[in-house]
Design a protein around this ligand. Structure first.
Ligand code: NAD
Ligand code: UDP
Length: 320
């Protein structure tokens, strides 16, 4: 039976970690999903189980190149998120964020689609206020190793608001804080996947710096829930809105938790802190609570349990 609310939805970066969960969730809600990805950090394995669904399409395409597709909504997630991957080709990262945003906002304007932009807590840089609220303008190094990502994402936000003011495009700017869960790439380089894979393989757990820097970790299903709630708010609510779990942990606490939960005998080693690595990060999610009625419930231990089980299986299957 035809679903009255069925929409055609474009998810750029749909084969990546967050995008693959989002595609699955949107399909489960009865929508048509077009997943666009250049497979830089995306994995076919993340979406293979969706391929048989007649409402799912995969387009191998790069967001820096314009594309025309008739859609009702766009989730613009295409961009490597791990520092290792976004610093691999920094000029390309800026192009992906900036030209990708121009192309997707241009598409949204032409086909009158609503667009959700995956922005980031990195727009706050190494924040001087804690926790971070949306009205804080940030403390970002414009010429450092992280700048291709941070400034690219900041420019993408600027573009969203200019398309909104100039062309009345319906925008939703989501500032995503550290999110983790199944479908992260085992070589992704981000802290949760690194620590779990290292612990499961009995390799040294690599803490960068002294491990006193903090992050707040949100489980992926709750982040996807926030995206969909945000997309379905009125046109007037553009964001930016912080999305993340406010429970804050030091990186050393995370390492100890992972060792404990995996029962690993891996030892912790210390490596140099990467350039411009933020000392603290914790979202103030008052706005998300008020406007989306959303607040993460999944505690770190519960989310880690599911993520550890995922990587255990990947290792058993020879993929990690
Ligand atoms: P990911 O690296 O797993 O996924 C990104 C996807 O985008 C990959 O499938 C990749 O192949 C694709 N991609 C990259 N460049 C592309 C291009 N030029 N054209 C088309 N596709 C391209 O990362 P993720 O964690 O799923 O992040 C998704 C989005 O959310 C990113 O925009 C990221 O900046 C943002 N974000 C994520 C987090 C997080 O903690 N996961 C935090 C803040 C922001
Ligand atoms: N980190 C670490 N060991 C690792 C990977 C990351 O100590 O193997 C640290 C990193 O220096 C940072 C934090 O963990 O302080 C989070 O890093 P990640 O790359 O996951 O995300 P970020 O929030 O820095 O973008």
């Amino acid at each position: 039976m035809e679903n009255y609310h069925r929409k055609r939805i474009l998810v750029t970066g749909g084969a990546g970690f967050l995008g693959s969960h989002l595609c699955e969730r949107l399909l489960n809600e009865g929508h048509d999903v077009i997943c666009l990805d250049n497979m830089f950090t995306g994995l076919k394995d993340n979406i293979i189980h969706l391929m048989d669904n007649h409402r799912f399409e995969l387009i191998r395409h790069d967001v820096v190149i314009p594309i025309f597709v008739e859609v009702d909504e766009i989730y613009n997630l295409a961009c490597p998120a791990s520092p290792i991957h976004y610093q691999y080709n920094p000029i390309k990262t800026t192009k992906t964020s900036v030209m990708g945003a121009i192309n997707m906002l241009g598409l949204a304007k032409r086909v009158k689609a609503r667009i959700l932009q995956a922005s980031t807590s990195e727009v706050y840089g190494d924040p001087e206020i804690h926790p971070q609220t949306e009205d804080y303008w940030g403390n970002v190094n414009p010429i450092g190793f992280r700048s291709c990502y941070d400034e690219g994402k900041r420019c993408a936000e600027t573009l969203c608001f200019d398309y909104h003011r100039e062309n009345k495009v319906s925008i939703k700017v989501a500032r995503i804080f550290n999110t983790y869960g199944p479908n992260m790439h085992h070589n992704d380089g981000r802290v949760v996947s690194n620590f779990i894979v290292q612990a499961l393989k009995g390799q040294d757990i690599t803490i960068y710096g002294d491990g006193n820097q903090s992050r707040s970790f949100c489980y992926v299903s709750e982040m996807v829930d926030a995206f969909i709630r945000f997309m379905n708010t009125d046109d007037e609510f553009t964001g930016p809105v912080n999305l993340g779990n406010p429970n804050e942990f030091t990186i050393r606490e995370l390492a100890e938790k992972v060792i404990d939960m995996t029962g690993s005998n891996a030892r912790i080693i210390y490596k140099p802190l990467p350039h411009d690595d933020p000392r603290q990060r914790q979202p103030d999610i008052s706005l998300a609570k008020e406007k989306l009625g959303w607040e993460p419930q999944i505690q770190l231990a519960e989310g880690l349990e599911k993520t550890i089980a995922y990587f255990e299986q990947r290792i058993k299957d020879g993929f990690a």
